[in-house]
Design a protein around this ligand. Structure first.
Ligand SMILES: [Zn+2]
Length: 106
């Protein structure tokens, strides 16, 4: 993901609408690119800040963004472990089928 794509995805991220793959690339770019991270922080503060002013909530947005990023990271991690588990399961199934075929043929 480049800076332009990152910027385009910021509103989606704030809205919590990014899909897993985009979220992963989004997170990767953010770690490599301090400029984009700053842009994200600013947009988050503006977007959520406006909303909060309307709602009249007390807020600690900097902390909230951190929580949200941690959640996003956890989501990616969970998804990755599911993918890995799926791959392992697939391998086991194939081995089992081959064994079964071997048993039938012999
Ligand atoms: Zn960037």
């Amino acid at each position: 993901m480049n800076c332009k794509e990152f910027e385009k995805n910021i509103p989606e991220f704030i809205a919590g609408k990014l899909d897993f793959l985009t979220l992963q690339e989004f997170g990767e770019h953010m770690q490599e690119c301090p400029g984009c991270k700053e842009e994200l922080v600013i947009q988050f503060l503006v977007t959520e800040g406006m909303q909060r002013l309307e709602d009249g909530d007390a807020f600690d947005l900097q902390r909230e963004l951190e929580i949200r990023l941690t959640e996003a990271k956890r989501k990616v991690k969970i998804h990755m472990s599911f993918l890995k588990a799926g791959a392992v399961l697939e391998v086991i199934t194939v081995i089992f089928l081959l064994g079964f075929l071997g048993w039938i043929i012999s």
